[in-house]
Design a protein around this ligand. Structure first.
Ligand code: URA
Length: 212
């Protein structure tokens, strides 16, 4: 279906079911928001599969044994404003100790390149596991620029997650950042002339925040 080893489609039946409800245009923002967070949790379950764990000694009511723990405080969720915010709660359900950075991107009027107007991440980025979040991977321009900015600040361990990707965004991102694993709930058909994903779900930010 595609040739990118770092691109993963998490198409579990539960995810497909919820994604169909998300796509449906009559779904209002309350339910849309709940479902986006639920799908984010389910995709994150797969994304975190190879997260490092530490051994810890525990006592069950029966005996002592060795358990494994994730150092949640080393995980940094980085939603790309505004639509990325809609997935944060779903990830926090899974990793309650995760830190949250924020990135706001806008297009430079002269160069038309996306540049960050707001960028806040925790100290010591080289020791953190970053999860970059944006529900729609359309052209890939914003996600690529955000990953560039994270790397420039010293981040080395980055994963990207979205709900829906376009083939154009997948190719652009995977070629720009072959070292970043991408997780999505769906790979759609194409972009239209306005760079919206087809069939997609419309404008994710507007549907999340009721600004249609
Ligand atoms: N951003 C959106 O919100 N929707 C698309 O289809 C593409 C980019």
């Amino acid at each position: 279906m595609h040739q990118y080893e770092n691109f993963h489609i998490v198409d579990h039946p539960l995810i497909q079911h919820k994604l169909s409800l998300i796509r449906e245009k009559t779904t209002g923002h309350k339910i849309f928001r709940e479902l986006v967070n639920e799908v984010a949790t389910l995709v994150a379950f797969e994304l975190t599969r190879d997260f490092p764990t530490n051994s810890t000694q525990i006592k069950t009511p029966m005996t002592s044994t060795t358990g494994q723990t994730i150092v949640g405080q080393n995980v940094v969720l980085v939603p790309i404003l505004r639509a990325g915010l809609g997935m944060v709660e779903g990830l926090i359900q899974l990793i309650p100790n995760a830190r949250v950075g924020y990135v706001g991107m806008e297009r430079n009027e002269k160069t038309h390149e996306p540049v960050d107007y707001y960028f806040k991440i925790p100290k010591e980025p080289e020791h953190k596991n970053f999860i970059l979040i944006d529900p729609m991977l359309a052209t890939g321009g914003t996600a690529i620029a955000t990953a560039n900015s994270l790397k420039k600040r010293g981040a080395t361990q980055i994963k990207f997650m979205c709900l829906i990707a376009a083939p154009e965004g997948m190719s652009a991102f995977c070629e720009a950042h072959p070292d970043i694993e991408v997780y999505t709930a769906a790979l759609d058909e194409k972009l239209n002339e306005n760079k919206y994903i087809i069939p997609g779900l419309g404008d994710a930010g507007d549907r999340l925040f009721g600004t249609l």
